[in-house]
Design a protein around this ligand. Structure first.
Ligand code: NAD
Length: 492
């Protein structure tokens, strides 16, 4: 960041002041304190970053993979040394509790660790004598310049679903952080700057739509990894693909949990509350709908209402706080208007978190946990991604009805079941249409060696982020067939 609080871009191994005309304020969502300004970088700056990345690619791809990952080992050390500082930045710009910020940085580091396995994950295949004296070999090579476009809700973790794998595989990278929370990646790039990576291997361009469009249209960008809302994911996927790039685009969600009457109700409500209200509901894996089956209705409703009411809401830097604010004032207004819409559609607001007064943080974007019951499955509140601390309750008579309701939704990011029945759990796991499934557990971001899956309107593409999927996405295969006739053998 320059002295005047304006964030700089990072390209070709150097910090560079943007030539942007427009800047956005970076605002602490708990206090409304201004933390800095972020440039809406013009397309020409994306062009400079791509050029630096393309030039760096020539040498970087030739560096042995075992040498490339040495930079990741150093990066892991630096991330650990700066763990508290980066976590604090996440809390300040994104509004999370410190526990949530530390959790996401932990997962970021795990992705660096897993990417250090690139020498094994990049190994190819070899088949000898597919015909007499003919061998066939499959090798993996990097794709070139790759771009990562990130959302606001995990400013530290989400770029790491892709970045360490991309560079370990021999690619060079441009990161476009969310313009709402650019300070975390700014800190991370401060660490990259200490690694002595060859200039141009990692680059960061701040900005909004103009920067994204410049990435999507630049012929030298070969691959795009996107995480954000479904509308933008679809746009990125179609425009990137139309320009001949490989694209993986993760979108929004509307995640259901099903509670059967035989569930352990104490555990179920505790986990459901964490899932619905963790990160103030701003997680793509957050529970948004709870479907009770049969007699589960009354005990679950009562217990979840208690859990929602007792949650400690405030500024995340206070270690006792269990839930922070939502990201912006428009976001708070949108969430509150959706709650109103639910009421208009016939739902009952049994715990109303709208417009709370949080002592000391009266101007923050706070909404307390909110619970609606008798939500109409056909209504807007049941279908729209709220992305706030709001849980909608619905009721059905059988597990079949519940699964039907889940599979009727347009998204497919996550679904959970709470039960003590093994056969119900198996049925659910088998039939439910979602990429991340929880059984008697809320779904956190998968461990770094698993793909972050997503189905239906929650994902566009084939290969996901993290682990082996990421290595596959960031490499292209080359199949070589060779004939060495035995008659050519010479005695030396
Ligand atoms: P967003 O779609 O508004 O923004 C994401 C990125 O796209 C940002 O970098 C932004 O600058 C860019 N962008 C926004 N509008 C654009 C446009 N019109 N053209 C080009 N680029 C544009 O998402 P957000 O509000 O930052 O993040 C929240 C969303 O992300 C939620 O929908 C959430 O479910 C989703 N999300 C999904 C996952 C997942 O793994 N599926 C993970 C985290 C978040």
């Amino acid at each position: 960041m320059s002295k005047n609080g304006k964030i700089q871009n990072y390209m070709n191994g150097q910090w560079q002041a943007s030539t942007a005309v427009d800047y956005l304020n970076i605002v602490n969502p708990a206090t409304q304190e201004m933390l800095g300004e972020v440039p809406l970088s013009p397309a020409s700056e994306v062009g400079s970053a791509v050029q630096a990345a393309a030039e760096a690619f020539v040498e970087w791809r030739q560096m042995p993979v075992g040498d490339r990952i040495q930079y990741l080992f150093k990066l892991k050390d630096l991330l650990e040394e700066n763990f508290e500082d980066i976590s604090r930045t996440i809390t300040m710009e994104c509004g999370k509790t410190m526990g949530e910020s530390r959790g996401e940085m932990q997962r970021a580091i795990e992705n660096v660790e897993v990417a250090c396995g690139a020498p094994t994950m990049m190994m190819g295949d070899f088949s000898e004598d597919i015909a007499s004296g003919i061998d066939e070999i499959m090798i993996r090579q990097p794709v070139g310049v790759c771009a990562i476009i990130a959302p606001f809700n995990f400013p530290g973790m989400i770029p790491f679903w892709f970045l360490p794998y991309a560079i370990a595989a021999g690619n060079t990278v441009i990161v476009k952080p969310s313009e709402k929370v650019p300070l975390t990646m700014r800190k991370v790039f401060g660490l990259f700057n200490k690694l002595d990576l060859p200039p141009g291997v990692v680059n960061m361009v701040n900005g909004g739509k103009e920067a994204v469009d410049a990435i999507l249209d630049h012929p030298a960008v070969r691959a795009v990894s996107f995480v954000g809302s479904t509308a933008v994911a679809k746009y990125i996927y179609s425009r990137g693909a139309a320009n001949g790039k490989r694209v993986q685009a993760q979108g929004g969600a509307k995640n259901p949990i099903i509670v059967l009457p035989d569930a352990d109700m104490e555990m179920t409500t505790r986990i459901s509350a964490d899932s619905a209200f963790g990160c103030a509901g701003q997680r793509c894996l957050a529970a948004s709908i709870a479907i009770t089956v049969g007699e589960a209705r009354h005990s679950f409703t009562e217990a979840i209402a208690d859990a929602a009411t007792s949650r400690v809401v405030g500024y995340g830097l206070d270690e006792a706080v269990q839930m922070g604010p939502v990201i912006t004032v428009p976001s708070k207004e949108r969430i509150e208007s959706l709650i109103q819409k639910g009421e208009n559609e016939g739902a009952m607001v049994i715990v109303d978190g709208r417009s709370p007064s949080i002592p000391g943080y009266e101007n923050g974007n706070f909404i307390r946990p909110t619970i609606l019951t008798d939500v109409n499955p056909g209504g807007e509140i049941a279908k729209t991604e709220i992305f706030g601390p709001v849980l909608s309750l619905m009721h059905v008579n059988t597990i079949d009805d519940a699964i039907k309701l889940v599979n009727g939704g347009e998204y497919g990011n996550m679904a959970c079941l709470f039960t003590s029945s093994g056969s119900a759990a198996r049925k659910f796991r088998y039939e439910v249409q979602a990429g991340n499934i929880g059984i008697n557990i809320g779904v956190a971001a998968p461990m770094a060696f698993f793909p972050f899956s997503g189905w239906k309107e929650s994902f566009f593409g084939t290969l996901h982020g993290q682990g082996k999927h990421a290595i596959e996405f960031f490499t292209q295969t080359k199949v070589v067939v060779e004939r060495w006739p035995r008659a050519w053998s010479r005695q030396f």
